[in-house]
Every structure is written in structure tokens, then in C-alpha cells.
Design a protein around this ligand. Structure first.
Ligand code: OGA
Ligand code: MN
Length: 220
């Protein structure tokens, strides 16, 4: 084993995961890692989700600020924004902050903040092909998605389909427990196919600071 390899093997586990993410983002702009989120992080998210339950989910708005609309032709899922003040989110927010700092150091991305939401898709719900950020106005730089569904079977649908900008399909992701998907928000159109069972995901966005003078970035 070379000195460099042995040094790499001695890094704490998250650093290895973070480095794998950085390399993939650098090379192809996206990464899919089955069953990758550490147990401590998924445990925290499961506790948080149990607290929120269905009564605190609401239809997702599309667009930001005054442009917000509820378009059930585009997306049918219901969402709940995670609150950084809620202690049940501590492990999740710490892990995403560590990842953000790592990627900033490693890829000089200048990621400034992070926001995330639980999404609940009931059987038949979908989210049509979309991008998470638009060129020029984008302050969402990186999208992160993870899943909280145990025992997802291949015939249960609900895949996340990721496309190239040119339209070709790049990948289909089964929404299995702890799988991690990260991609450049402007570059990869994607969609959620209808599922046969309840589907829980957590989507998060790393943002650059887009405040201009006194104009604070619009509320979501
Ligand atoms: C989103 C999204 C993907 C998923 O919420 O913007 O694309 O697999 N989610 O839940
Ligand atoms: Mn999306």
C-alpha cells in the first residue's frame, strides 16, 4: 500500500465519503451512492419524520416568493421544511454542514447555506421533469436527495430519473433507505416517477449567498 493510500484509509469515515462525492462531482457533476448516509444521520431523520407525521405536510409550492403556485400537474407530493432549531435535525444539519465545508475547501464552490425538506409521495404521486435552479438567477448550486424507505422493491416504482441537459436519460435511482444522490442543481433535469407505495425523501439545496445590497434573497 502506498503511503498516500494508507493515509487515505486512516481518514474518518465521513471524509472518505466526502472525498468520493467531491471526485464524482468534479468528474461528472453528479453522484449516486446506494446506502451511503451514515446510520446516525438516518436515525435522526427518522425521529424527526416521526414527529412531523402527515399532519405537518402541505402541498409544495413551485417557484419562489410571489411566483409560488401549487401545480398538481407538475408535482403531487407534500412537503415539510426542516427547521434548524429543531434538535431532532441536529445530526442531519451537522453532517450537511461538514459536507458543505469539505466541498468548499476541495472544489471552491462557495456554498453559503443549506435548506432541506421532507417530501411524502403517496401512491400515484409524482414530480414531473424539472430543474431545481435556473441559470443566471440560480442560488441553488447543489441538490442533495436521500431516502427513508426501508425494503423498497424494484417493482414499486418511485424512481428518480436523472437526465442530461440534452435530454438523454442518465440514471434511475431506486429510493432505497439511506441512498444519496447529489448533483449540480442547474445542470440535471430530473423527475420522480409514480410509486405504488408511500415514498419519503429528503431533498436539500446548498446555496451561494445571493443577497444584493439590502435586497435579501426572497423568502421561500
Ligand atoms: C425535488 C426532487 C427528488 C426525489 O424535491 O426537487 O427532485 O427523488 N426530489 O424525491
Ligand atoms: Mn428536484
Amino acid at each position: 500500500m502506498s503511503p498516500i493510500t494508507s493515509l487515505f484509509n486512516q481518514l474518518p469515515p465521513d471524509e472518505t465519503l466526502f472525498e468520493n462525492i467531491a471526485v464524482a462531482l468534479e468528474q461528472q457533476g453528479y453522484v449516486i451512492l446506494p446506502n451511503a448516509l451514515p446510520d446516525t444521520v438516518t436515525d435522526g431523520l427518522i425521529d424527526y419524520l416521526a414527529e412531523v407525521q402527515d399532519s405537518h405536510f402541505h402541498p409544495a409550492a413551485i417557484g419562489r416568493g410571489d411566483d409560488q403556485t401549487h401545480n398538481t400537474f407538475v408535482r403531487r407530493d407534500r412537503i415539510h421544511w426542516l427547521d434548524e432549531e429543531n434538535s431532532k435535525g441536529d445530526v442531519w444539519f451537522r453532517w450537511t454542514r461538514d459536507l458543505r465545508h469539505y466541498l468548499n475547501r476541495r472544489l471552491l464552490l462557495g456554498l453559503f447555506s443549506f435548506e432541506s425538506q421532507f417530501a411524502h409521495y403517496q401512491p400515484g404521486d409524482f414530480y414531473k421533469k424539472h430543474v431545481d435552479a435556473f441559470r443566471g438567477q440560480a442560488n441553488r448550486v447543489l441538490t442533495l436527495v436521500t431516502y427513508l424507505n426501508r425494503g423498497w422493491e424494484p417493482d414499486q416504482g418511485g424512481e428518480l430519473v436523472i437526465y442530461q441537459e440534452t435530454g438523454e436519460e442518465l440514471a434511475r435511482v431506486t429510493p432505497s433507505f439511506g441512498s444519496l444522490v447529489i448533483f449540480l442543481s442547474e445542470e440535471f433535469p430530473h423527475e420522480v416517477l409514480p410509486a405504488l407505495r408511500d415514498r419519503y425523501s429528503v431533498a436539500g439545496w446548498f446555496r451561494i449567498n445571493n443577497s444584493i445590497g439590502n435586497r435579501i434573497d426572497p423568502a421561500r
